[in-house]
Design a protein around this ligand. Structure first.
Ligand code: FPP
Length: 260
């Protein structure tokens, strides 16, 4: 019988004689399909993003209930800055209003908010709202919601590399100090576990510059559902697929079974 974490036991790791559903500790999501959802209904793209906020609330609630500890969502990529200015502004306004309107819900659900990405590029008002919410929710324990904002993996690795080079230049680090662990510690996600499961909604099967270093061993799940229609049931479908997979991390099946 394998050691598993059950959906109801949350953060407790328990040895059990009952087969239980294996719940990923960290789920990362590429929330795709807002624009297509809106276009299909003859609505402006911004409406898809507004409905995307409802989907995020439902998914976060379900994730907390199921015992997931970290949920990292791709809310705005570095590449998204190149979208039409009107859409970028609508997304920034949505971010600010969502932070204000959702903070009571985050508090009541025990959600700790975090953010990754080049936050210096966000408009001042958005950054301010974000920092206030991060501060207010910092002691919450049920689940951590990580917003990837103005984020791309290559940009994150570039920023990390510059900081490592700076530390070497100042004599604080030696070239031989550069290890996988050191690089990890310079990333925006330094204190977060790697995602166990990476979900992309909206039917396309790409990683799109998301958590490339961190997702080296993540299970991938591509859902045809457009993000505004995502929520508890599609999340459960992804978790079911995850539970049926064997994660070998480069080892053999026999080795993994012996470890369990
Ligand atoms: C991708 O869909 C989605 C985004 C670029 C924005 C994600 C934002 C939300 C889900 C809003 C709620 C989140 C917060 C933090 C307020 P797309 O526009 O690329 O869709 P398409 O591929 O169908 O065009």
């Amino acid at each position: 019988m394998s050691k598993t974490r059950s959906a109801t036991e949350g953060q407790e790791e328990q040895e059990t004689t009952q087969p239980r559903v294996r719940v990923p500790r960290h789920v990362a999501i590429i929330m795709d399909g807002n624009g297509r959802w809106a276009q299909q209904r003859g609505l402006p793209r911004a409406e898809g993003h507004i409905r995307g906020q409802d989907a995020l609330r439902a998914t976060l609630r379900a994730a907390a209930e199921l015992g997931i500890e970290y949920l990292t969502v791709y809310a705005f990529s570095t590449e998204n800055w190149a979208r039409p200015q009107q859409e970028v502004e609508a997304l920034m306004e949505l971010l600010i209003s969502a932070i204000h309107s959702e903070t009571p819900e985050l508090m009541s659900q025990g959600v700790r908010l975090r953010a990754i990405g080049d936050l210096s590029r966000l408009p001042e008002r958005a950054r301010q709202s974000l920092y206030e919410c991060i501060e207010r929710t910092k002691d919450n324990k049920q689940i951590t919601l990580v917003l990837a904002l103005s984020y791309s993996s290559r940009d994150e690795l570039t920023r990390a590399t510059r900081r490592i080079a700076g530390a070497i230049h100042r004599g604080e680090l030696q070239e031989t100090d550069i290890t996988e662990e050191l690089i990890t510690s310079y990333l925006d996600t330094a204190d977060l576990p790697d995602p166990d499961l990476l979900i992309r909604t909206g039917g396309e099967e790409r990683i799109s510059n998301y958590l490339l270093w961190q997702a080296a061993y993540s299970e991938l799940f591509f859902s045809p559902v457009y993000w505004p229609d995502f929520g508890k049931a599609p999340l459960e479908a992804a978790l079911e697929a995850y539970a049926s997979r064997e994660r070998r991390f480069g080892k053999t099946s026999e080795q993994i079974q012996l470890e369990d």
